[in-house]
Design a protein around this ligand. Structure first.
Ligand code: HEM
Length: 500
């Protein structure tokens, strides 16, 4: 039997590891941009990088006046730019300013979700087939949102209020509505499947954050032994792999008849689009998980903000109700009705402008020294990001930027401005929730549809308010680095609709 490692060996191994991490850190931050530094680069900026974890918003507002500036991040320099440089970042190719490399260094998805993320042909399927089918699939998504709210809320028959843990509620509804589109019935209603696929995003996020702190050569090791992702993947495979294999069996047996009978869902679109040699059930499952990861937390955290604004400002309910009722009277519960709900659209967009789920957008890693059109240099290895917080709170773009003005965007349309530019699903230099350019969110039309459906269902079916908070006050968000998490333990009161 091998002898256990002695103290000296452990000490040497630990020293080598710390030296490797530090030297990797020093190398990655040895070259700076030519724009002003905000904060101090004492000790290669590590002190500042840790301080910034809790101070990003203030720094982004302060730096916004400088147009472009840099700060030390945990993994290298970050160059923040304003909307004038949006097109530079948007149009850049991955061999100059790379989105996949940035994701790799911050989330290490290839070490959690697996190698499919390095060859993501399925993103094109999300952009094309999934988006093109949103109208046809709307009745199912609407049905799932409606049923999920009823199942999760369990409201008392006597019409009393019931306090509900808002974040859990929204996560469950988002998960079910998305899974209805991804895997269809009956799996989208399986509680155990939903629990595993819902937790998966959190597991990947935590694992990825940890793995990304290590140098490249250590990542596979940390991924294998310190991340819960492999177990979570096996949990989901248990459900999806047999479903895919069964569909392939039917395809072989039924031939052309299968084309008429086969389900229309994301799983099937991935199966039909898999290149020769990649028709493997586990591979396709990993692709579904990667879309799951991209959609679950983003949509549920975003919509939790929306619910908090609604519960804090119930005076806006009647206007929303009136609009939803008119749209449904004219179009029924269809995608067309959602298109007519401009105030619902505007309400959500304003929630995500004022609060939102993060402070930065469009992170891209420089693959070489890149000079932007105003002369700003992003040195090789540094990250460039759009200063989303600064842009979304710029008084020249948004008068009284800190005020929650739910009809800000619908008013612009009423005043004759472009409907498309002001729509929730549109990515632009002054609305950065979806990023931009070649990697702009592939699922934004679905995400916007899902959130609008949820808001329209809530205002049509329920009364909502906070218990014990002053009118207009929302529970406090939690900020960590660039991320904003709406209060995770707040409760919202729901009851069956009794008011107009
Ligand atoms: C409110 C919800 C959502 C938000 C805030 C959001 C935001 C984003 C952002 C910021 C990006 C990166 C864009 C860039 O860096 O330029 C992105 C990429 C992506 N999103 Fe979303 N997303 C949401 C929902 C969804 C949904 C529902 C899906 C799928 C059904 C989805 C699929 C994707 C995919 C596949 C990518 C990668 C695109 C690529 O690299 O080509 N997202 N999303």
């Amino acid at each position: 039997m091998a002898a256990p490692l002695d103290t000296v060996t452990w000490a040497v191994a630990l020293t080598v590891l710390i030296c490797a991490i530090l030297s990797w850190g020093f190398v990655s931050r040895s070259r700076k941009s030519n724009v002003p530094v905000l904060g101090s680069d004492f000790l290669f900026g590590y002190v500042m990088a840790f301080r910034l974890l809790t101070h990003y918003r203030q720094t982004l507002l302060e730096g916004y006046r400088k147009h472009a500036f840099q700060t030390p991040g945990l993994k290298g320099w970050i160059v923040f730019v304003s909307p004038e440089l949006y097109d530079d970042v948007r149009k850049s190719r991955d061999d100059a300013l790379s989105m996949p490399e940035e994701v790799k260094s911050s989330l290490a998805l290839e070490n959690t979700i697996g190698p499919v993320v390095l060859h993501p042909w399925h993103f094109a399927v999300v952009r094309k087939q999934m988006t093109q089918n949103l109208g046809a699939k709307f009745p199912e998504v609407y049905d799932e949102v409606l049923t999920a709210f009823e199942d999760e809320l369990q409201l008392p028959a006597n019409g009393d209020w019931r306090p509900v843990h808002a974040h859990d509620l929204i996560m469950s509804v988002v998960c079910r509505a998305s899974q209805r589109l991804f895997v269809g019935l009956p799996l989208c209603r399986d509680p155990e499947y939903n629990r595993i696929s819902r937790d998966f995003s959190g597991t990947v996020m935590m694992g990825g954050f940890l793995i990304a702190l290590f140098p490249t050569f250590l990542k596979p090791l940390v991924g294998r032994y310190f991340s819960a992702a492999p177990k979570a993947i096996r949990g989901v495979e248990k459900y999806i792999v047999p479903m895919i294999e069964e569909r392939w069996r039917q395809e072989r047996e039924l031939g052309d008849v299968w084309n008429e009978r086969k389900p229309a869902d994301v799983t099937q679109w991935f199966m039909d689009s898999a290149p020769e040699g990649e028709r493997d059930a586990k591979d396709i499952t990993a692709r579904i998980l990667s879309v799951n990861f991209a959609s679950t937390h983003t949509t549920s955290l975003s919509f939790t903000h929306v619910l908090y604004w609604l519960a804090a400002r119930p005076e806006f309910l009647p206007v929303l109700r009136e609009e939803v009722a008119a749209a449904v009277a004219a179009h029924g519960w269809t995608k067309g009705a959602l298109g007519a709900m401009r105030r619902v659209d505007s309400f959500i967009k304003e929630c995500l402008r004022v609060t939102g789920i993060g402070a930065t957008a469009m992170g891209r890693k420089a693959m070489g020294d890149v000079t932007l059109s105003d002369g700003t240099v992003v040195p090789k290895g540094a990250t460039v990001m759009l200063n989303m917080w600064g842009i979304h709170h710029d008084p020249e773009l948004f008068p009284r930027p800190d005020e929650f003005d739910p009809w800000r965007y619908s008013r612009r349309v009423e005043q004759g401005k472009s409907e498309v530019s002001n729509a929730l699903s549109t990515a632009s230099s002054d609305f950065l929730l979806w990023g931009g350019g070649a990697h702009v969110c592939a699922g934004r039309y679905f995400a916007a549809q899902e959130m609008k459906t949820m808001l329209a269902v809530i205002v049509s079916e329920y009364d909502v308010r906070f218990d014990g908070l002053e009118p207009g006050v929302r529970p406090k968000d939690t900020w960590f680095a660039f991320s904003c998490i709406p209060a995770s333990n707040a409760r919202v009161l729901f009851r069956r609709r009794q008011t107009c």
